[in-house]
Design a protein around this ligand. Structure first.
Ligand code: MN
Length: 327
């Protein structure tokens, strides 16, 4: 399919490059680091070859979220965002931008998002899971009440927020001890991000701010598969759900969430996501440079779905959600 839009596509600046080391083994680091630092060369050639018209770019992980010093987190976020704005300006048809945000301080994050959206035309924000603030291991999740003014600003700016994975901190990762292979994209990323998203849904955040649009990658980090059970376990007891939100969790998932295909190129999983959340809330993505654009595209272009759904997921849902092509 030509004209695809992809939106979990990462780059690095020298300050954040080493955050991506160690995930995929030393043998591929020269290749991965070159992919992360490139924007206008190999990346565009890959996009051309596989029908990707536009990438919405975001900083690598965990980057800003793992810098406990708030001033330093803000400085790195601003530098990355300024750099990204310059790159987008060189080729705006092929590249658009998500802001990195110093969510250690919700007020600073709101101001940086406003700067990026209003002054530089960014399409939204991408955060790498919880933020560590003040000291490493002081983990802040975005359902906490101190973030609600930030969410009010996101809603007012009317831009989507991509909740991207990171690993749990070591102190909270005992279940993986001796099984490091489960960390990262194998399992821990999805688990961490799904719980974060569920905390937001159960907190009542979407009752207070019903127009928030949250994007999660990797075909929903397992959430579509588990959604029915989350709301219907032990239904015979008739017990009311024990969380502050007013409605069933699935209501918020269906209305306030969008999923991308990043790093999860599997038809069975796509069909399940389509049956749970609907084709209108699924967006094509690759997860370059950690996954290959050809792997994402060759699978998606041939997946046994209707051409109408392929067009929505591959392009038009993203055009509408990120207001692309409106200017
Ligand atoms: Mn990613």
């Amino acid at each position: 399919m030509q004209g695809k839009i992809a939106l979990e596509e990462h780059f690095a600046i020298p300050d954040t490059l080493m955050d991506s080391a160690g995930f995929l083994g030393d043998a591929v680091w020269p290749e991965l680091s070159a992919r992360l630092l490139d924007i206008h060369g190999r990346r565009v050639a890959e996009m051309d070859r596989h029908g990707v018209e536009t990438m919405i770019l975001s900083l690598n992980a965990p980057a800003v979220q793992a810098i406990p010093d708030v001033a330093k987190a803000n400085d790195i976020a601003r530098r990355a965002n300024d750099f990204l704005a310059e790159q987008v300006a060189k080729n705006p048809r092929r590249f658009q931008a998500f802001a990195a945000l110093p969510l250690q301080d919700p007020d600073l994050a709101a101001r940086e998002l406003e700067r990026c959206v209003k002054q530089m035309g960014f399409r939204g924000a991408l955060a790498n899971g919880f933020s560590e603030a003040g000291a490493a291991g002081n983990c802040l999740y975005y359902d906490l009440k101190q973030y609600w003014p930030f969410w009010a600003e996101v809603e007012k700016l009317d831009v989507p927020f991509y909740l991207h994975p990171r690993n749990p901190i070591a102190a909270w990762a005992q279940i993986y001890e001796g099984h490091n292979w489960l960390l990262g994209p194998t399992w821990a990323f999805g688990q961490e991000t799904a719980v974060h998203a569920l905390r937001m849904m159960g907190s009542g955040l979407f009752d207070a701010h019903p127009d928030l649009k949250i994007v999660v990658g990797h075909m929903g980090e397992g959430l579509p598969y588990s959604m029915w059970r989350i709301d219907n376990r032990n239904a015979w007891t008739g017990a009311k759900p024990n969380y502050p939100a007013k409605r069933p969790i699935a209501d918020y998932f269906h209305k306030n969430f969008w999923l991308t295909t990043s790093g999860n190129f599997r038809t069975q999983t796509l069909i399940d996501a389509m049956l749970e959340i609907g084709a209108d809330h699924i967006l094509f993505s690759a997860d370059w440079p950690f996954e290959n654009i050809d792997h994402a595209s060759n699978w998606f272009d041939a997946a046994p779905i209707s051409e109408a759904d392929r067009l929505k997921i591959g392009r038009t849902n993203s055009m509408r959600l990120f207001k692309l092509g409106n200017e």
